[in-house]
Design a protein around this ligand. Structure first.
Ligand code: PLP
Ligand code: ZN
Length: 399
């Protein structure tokens, strides 16, 4: 079983007790990492332990919280070789419950919230995290209070309402939603499960790192391309690699971690290009990849540090490039991706053209969600005849 030793601040290194609900470091607001007794685990937890375990993220139970899981079958998504490129794989996260990788984080965060005896959860969301929170809160018999931009993809709003969440649509961005949650949470008795403001969504997302390793035969790839808003998956996977090394499952090798953002909201790319250790708030963020419309990531210092330590990079793709990639994945691979996920292919094309990756390099592209959640976004683009829409194509009769 899992052995949480303590929580550790990623800024000052303080150790914090995991016996009661925690948010961020009380001294400096640093993101908290869950630490396990990996030295003890090493003796009885190894890749062979995983054989015949369920095909969900809970197969890695020793490095997850020890509480009865609130599970809808999340994780262990397919690792698909692409038809277009040798050595390139798509990690197909669109098959998760609620159609996105956000299910992973919310399964683990809601599991812990339930075991702490919390009853009311709240979160600001660009859309998919809201759907996941609403679903897992319903499964746990808890209240979900959700703040989303008014122009969120339709599926996210309809899902949240259907799961019985209390939904507030906000005229603004996720940053405005976050402020509203922060203002009201104390009075309302809500526990805030905002990105990186509690430690367990990260634990759910880190399982993507374990899966990449397991599905590629415990050989890490040379590159991982990850559509980055708050960056939780990227940070989580890096944490997973460190844990796996401590467990003796892999060596010190690491993939080059690539953060892809939309050029309409690219604070991490800007900070990376300028050599900054943190990002600046991106004004007037606008992109059809709703999940990438995060003007300032709370864990920006962690993302930038990981890009650097891994020899990775941050790149931006325009909405038109993202939709061209969306079109290609649909036509060539049979994958109907979320625009955020399609951004991974746009980034890969750029990085191959620049020689950052060679044809020999094994690279994993994350499709973080299903395109089925964006039907209105895609149709609206077509109606507006934007440059992005012209990339989508489609054959319209008469034939
Ligand atoms: C489909 C999709 N991809 C990527 C992201 C960005 O995820 P993260 O905040 O973990 O960087 C989101 C966030 O909403 C999303 O919904
Ligand atoms: Zn601290």
């Amino acid at each position: 079983m899992s052995q949480i030793a303590h929580l550790e601040c990623t800024k000052c290194g303080a150790h914090i007790n995991a016996q009661q609900p925690q948010t961020v470091c009380p001294d400096d607001g640093g993101v908290l990492y869950v630490r396990y007794n990996l030295e003890d685990l090493k003796n009885h937890f190894n890749p062979a332990s995983l054989v015949s375990r369920p095909a969900t993220l809970w197969r890695y139970v020793e490095v997850l919280p020890d509480a009865p899981p609130v599970s809808l079958g999340e994780g262990f998504t397919p690792m698909l070789p692409t038809r277009e490129f040798a050595n390139v794989f798509i990690k197909e996260e669109g098959l998760n419950p609620t159609g996105s990788f956000k299910a992973r984080g919310m399964s683990v965060a809601v599991t812990m919230a339930k075991s702490y005896g919390l009853k009311k959860l709240a979160a600001p969301s660009a859309g998919n995290a809201a759907s996941a929170l609403a679903a897992y809160a319903a499964a746990a018999g808890m209240e979900a209070h959700i703040f989303m931009p008014r122009d969120v993809p339709l599926a996210n709003r309809v899902e949240c309402e259907s799961y019985g969440a209390r939904v507030t649509l906000v005229d603004g961005l996720i940053s405005d939603c976050a402020r509203m949650v922060a203002e009201r949470k104390e009075k309302e008795g809500w526990f805030d499960v905002s990105t990186l403001k509690e430690p367990f969504r990260l634990e759910g997302k880190k399982t993507m790192g374990y899966e990449v390793a397991e599905q590629l035969g415990w050989q890490l790839p040379q590159g991982i391309i990850y559509p980055t808003g708050g960056g939780v998956g990227l940070i989580g996977m890096w944490k997973a690699f460190e844990e796996m090394e401590a467990l003796g499952w892999i060596g010190p090798e690491r993939p080059k971690m690539v953060a892809v953002q939309s050029s309409g909201c690219a604070p991490i790319v800007k900070a990376w290009d300028e050599g900054g250790r943190a990002s600046e708030f991106w004004p007037e963020a606008a992109t059809l990849a709703a999940g990438l419309r995060v003007p300032k990531a709370y864990g920006d210092y962690l993302i930038l540090d990981i890009l650097k330590r891994s020899g990775g990079i941050a790149v931006a793709a325009t909405d038109a490039e993202i939709m061209a990639a969306f079109h290609d994945w649909a036509r060539v691979e049979g994958i109907f991706a979320a625009p955020e996920g399609a951004a991974s292919l746009a980034a890969y094309r750029k990085l191959r053209a620049r020689g950052f990756f060679s044809s020999e390099d094994r690279v994993v592209l994350f499709n973080t969600g299903s395109g089925l959640k964006y039907l209105d976004v895609i149709e609206n683009e077509k109606k507006r005849g934007t440059p992005a829409a012209r990339q989508i194509g489609g054959i319209i009769g008469p034939y």
